[in-house]
Design a binder for this molecule. Structure first.
Ligand code: UD1
Ligand code: CA
Length: 474
């Protein structure tokens, strides 16, 4: 056959997924933060498929809503109103498949299959069609391959229809099949539902091809676990761990040290420089960029974050939609919310929350503060307990803190307000008006007094020792 025939992928995704015990359609359950079906379509795109026809039924509208086509892949939907079997499902997509095409059948609930495995299947089956097999020590539940004495593929028998002897066969059908479109069309039209489940079995095409004297070729998946389907939440968790292990390996090969690859979760994409070290139990979501030499401590959660070279994100910090420059120290226990920008050399310490705010180069907020809707100048020092009061109950207002300003501990900055460059704010102040540059500003509810003639209360003589020396009753 012509190797230049366009590839049309048919993805079967109409089943209910009863064993997931879920309101969510099975193919939308996520592996590494993406729906299983999105993984399958990404694999189809990696194979340079021209069109992917997705057969949907149960929860089809939700599936159409949640899935976006990967770049370069034309995704079309085929509705299967009643789930009458895998051949019936394929039949729903066939009207949109031209005769001059190669067809690859994929499954929406087999997310880990690798494009190289399928490329091999396509190469093997270019003329005759081919089926992807695997060797399983426990083949329970799968269709078994029946071969002739000379080793040619004769049929696939489903578990429910198999004899006791056939059930001993460990060579199974993974479900992935490829065939020239015109052959597939004819085979599917010839399949009936005369079997134990009363379904139209796609696998019956194997016997039809053999009867025509041109049996399907067989390709074998090297990693059987890659072609395992997900039917329940246990298998979903296994697929997740397997996918994470694959990603951890890729990340380490690219030069990142993972202190424990089994405790690393990437739900998105990581773009890491050299000599990045990631400690245990770090969760990375969305798109994260870590420049050379970044160190990420244990139990850190990063989502859509960029971190500059040599910075350290200490344990238990949570960063979302934030940018951190080079040589910064963040955490432990810091929270950088969306819109946070820390310039080079900035420090954010424990129990500091920052939102929609920028810290200039070398600025420090080391303890217990909230900086929201604020601009903090270079080398400014934010004392413990500083709060930007950015919200008046209706609107948010901005606070500007100048370069090298020093904000004393427990200061409330009531926005909108500005603190000038090199200004000092006395500890415990509530600042409601702009504080000028270079000056000390105090704003406390009352001045502190010291009374020199003051005497501590004395115990009354003869009052006895009943209170055990406690000062409580004085
Ligand atoms: C199927 C194969 C079996 C193979 C196994 C691999 C058939 C008859 N059997 O069995 O040989 O070992 O997969 O996992 O093909 N689907 C639809 N519409 C339908 C029926 C199914 O879209 O009417 C979809 C399901 O959502 C699922 C896939 O097709 O994604 C497979 O269907 P399922 O019923 O799970 O087939 P198995 O019994 O597992
Ligand atoms: Ca199945």
């Amino acid at each position: 056959m012509d190797s230049r025939l366009p590839l049309h992928v048919i993805v079967l995704a109409a089943g209910q997924g009863t064993r997931m015990q879920s309101a969510l359609p099975k193919v939308l359950h996520p592996v590494a933060g993406r729906p299983m079906l999105a993984h399958v379509l990404a694999t189809a795109a990696a194979l340079d498929a021209e069109v992917s026809h997705v057969v949907i039924g149960h929860g089809g509208e939700a599936v159409q809503r949640e899935i976006t086509a990967p770049a370069g892949l034309d995704v079309r939907w085929a509705i299967q109103h009643e789930q009458l079997g895998t051949a019936h499902a394929v039949d729903q997509a066939m009207p949109a498949v031209p005769d001059a095409a190669q067809v690859l059948i994929m499954y929406g609930d087999v997310p880990l299959v690798q494009s190289a495995t399928l490329a091999n299947l396509l190469a093997v089956g270019e003329a005759t069609g081919a089926l992807l097999a695997a060797q399983l020590s426990d083949p329970t539940g799968y269709g078994r391959l029946l071969r002739t004495a000379d080793g040619r593929l004769a049929a696939v028998v489903e578990e429910k229809d198999a004899t006791v002897e056939q059930r001993q066969i460990k060579e199974i059908n993974t479900g992935f099949v490829c065939a020239p479109a015109h052959k597939l069309r004819a085979w599917v039209a010839g399949i009936d539902n005369d079997n134990a489940k009363g379904e139209y079995y796609l696998t019956d095409l194997v016997a039809l091809a053999a009867a025509e004297g041109a049996p399907l070729a067989v390709a074998t998946a090297e990693e059987a676990a890659d072609v395992e389907g997900v039917n329940d939440r246990l298998q979903l968790a296994r697929a997740e761990r397997r996918f994470q292990a694959r990603q951890a390996e890729a990340v380490m090969r690219a030069g990142v040290s993972l202190r424990d690859p089994a405790r690393f979760d990437l739900r998105g994409t990581l773009d890491a420089g050299r000599d990045v070290v990631i400690d245990a139990d770090v969760i990375i979501e969305g798109h994260v960029v870590l420049a050379d030499g970044v160190q990420v401590g244990p139990f850190v959660h990063l989502r859509n974050v960029e971190v500059g070279a040599g910075s350290r994100i200490h344990s238990h910090s949570v960063l979302e939609s934030a940018r951190v420059g080079a040589d910064c120290d963040i955490g432990p226990f810091a929270r950088l919310r969306p819109g946070t920008q820390c310039a080079d050399g900035a420090r954010v310490g424990n129990f500091v929350e920052i939102k929609n705010a920028s810290l200039g180069p070398g600025a420090k907020a080391n303890h217990l503060s909230y900086l929201g809707d604020a601009t903090v100048g270079a080398k400014a020092n934010i004392g413990a307990g500083t709060i930007t009061c950015n919200y008046d109950g209706a609107n948010k207002h901005h606070t500007r803190i100048g370069e090298s300003a020093f904000i004393g501990s427990n200061t409330a900055l009531v926005a909108p307000v500005e603190v000038g460059d090199r200004a000092t704010i006395a500890a415990g102040s509530t600042i409601t008006k702009n504080a000028p540059a270079d000056a000390l500003t105090l704003a406390r509810s009352r001045e502190q007094k010291s009374l020199s003639g003051w005497k501590r209360p004395q115990k009354r003589p003869g009052s006895g020792g009943d209170n055990g020396g406690s000062q409580g009753g004085a």
